[in-house]
Design a protein around this ligand. Structure first.
Ligand code: NAD
Length: 336
């Protein structure tokens, strides 16, 4: 296996930390530089790797000079870019930082990679001729679906929140670097992830934590909004496939074939808790509908066929098995 030095941004967050654990074990010839600003969303206990193949660097993708120094110091061969402001509710309250991090941060990063890897447009330096930039994005860039239909790689970009519009902008920047400079890019747009190490603010950790603390479980609107849920380790496997085997310049959608309404998710989690942590009344009695999120997208759903047919990707975890592992993990976390 070829040696690589992967720069992984946002590796102290939810998906990035799961991905580093996965890639570190699987590819023993790779060195990993984890660059993360340690915002409120990061948790340094997410990763406990101590080895000369792994380095953590605290820093901000909004600072281009800093990025240049990291590429130079570590001779970065490839980038997998997770770092982002990722919570839709925060983007509604404070949209500016979403543009700064998700749009300008991504532009800084890919511009630094281009300057470091290429002699000129479409001409890579010999040492970096296989270098690749993998951009991690979301299905939310496509907006919302009605009851029927699926997002595909051909769907129009119709983002509705400041979060999804900032991610959409970053996807377009990546696209332009392929076409203008011949940069070797791939982009993956994934559905909602769940699993170990997700930040407390997100839906599933909130349901579990509040249920365990006997607090109301807030569900937006009528609870009928639909998301396609993918277990985070399956997302990591899909990223691995696209990073290594995806076609340069291509976009791949990743989904779990697991459409659930928010109320179904809450009920499933409560049923598991009723079994694992029984109490007199069901945890479901804590579910409480609250005022809907502004501009709340109704439904996201992914047509997985490109990544399935071209790269043989199939999620391994069903929602039933993945959510059980997740609830067990959070019971341990919140118990302490
Ligand atoms: P997260 O919020 O858990 O983690 C983001 C990480 O990025 C944090 O560790 C944070 O400190 C870091 N970060 C934020 N701003 C930074 C900056 N300016 N410079 C350097 N680091 C910075 O997010 P996540 O849920 O792990 O999502 C990771 C990526 O996957 C994001 O790009 C997100 O858009 C995308 N995504 C997430 C989901 C999901 O369901 N969570 C689904 C599809 C795509």
């Amino acid at each position: 296996m070829k040696k690589k030095t992967l720069l992984i941004t946002g590796g102290m967050g939810f998906i990035g930390s799961n991905f580093i654990d996965y890639i570190y074990d699987k590819y023993q010839s790779y060195s990993i530089v984890n660059l993360d600003a340690l915002t409120y969303a990061a948790d340094t206990s997410n990763l406990n790797l101590k080895d000369d193949r792994y380095t953590f660097v605290k820093g901000d993708i909004r600072n281009k000079m800093f990025l240049e120094s990291v590429f130079e110091k570590y001779k970065v061969t490839d980038v997998i870019h997770f770092a982002a402001e990722s919570h839709v509710d925060n983007s509604i309250a404070n949209p500016i930082i979403f543009a700064e991090t998700n749009v300008m941060g991504t532009l800084n990063l890919i511009e630094t990679a281009r300057n470091f890897w290429q002699e000129k447009p479409f001409k890579y330096k010999e040492k970096y001729k296989d270098s690749r930039f993998h951009h991690i994005s979301t299905d939310e860039v496509f907006g919302t679906l009605e009851e029927n239909g699926f997002f595909t790689e051909e769907s129009n970009y119709l983002p509705n929140s400041p979060y999804s519009s900032s991610k959409a902008s970053s996807d377009l920047i990546i696209r332009s670097y392929k076409h203008t400079y011949g940069l070797n890019t791939v982009t993956t747009n994934c559905s909602n992830n769940y699993g170990e190490k997700q930040h407390d603010e997100k839906l599933i950790p909130t349901i579990i934590r509040n249920a365990l603390n006997n607090k109301e479980i807030p569900i937006y609107g009528n609870g009928r909004n639909v998301r396609d849920w993918l277990y985070v380790k399956d997302h990591c496997k899909a990223i691995d496939l696209v990073f290594h085997n995806g076609k340069s310049g291509d976009v791949y959608l990743i989904g779990g074939n697991n459409e659930k309404t928010n109320i179904e998710v809450a009920n499933t989690v409560c049923s598991i808790l009723d079994r694992l942590m029984p109490k007199q009344t069901s945890h479901r009695s804590l579910i409480h509908y609250v005022e809907d999120r502004h501009g709340h997208d109704f439904r996201y759903a992914i047509d997985n066929s490109k990544i399935r047919d071209k790269l043989s990707f199939m999620p391994e975890e069903t929602f039933e098995t993945g959510i059980l592992r997740t609830v067990e993990w959070y019971i341990e976390k919140y118990k302490g």
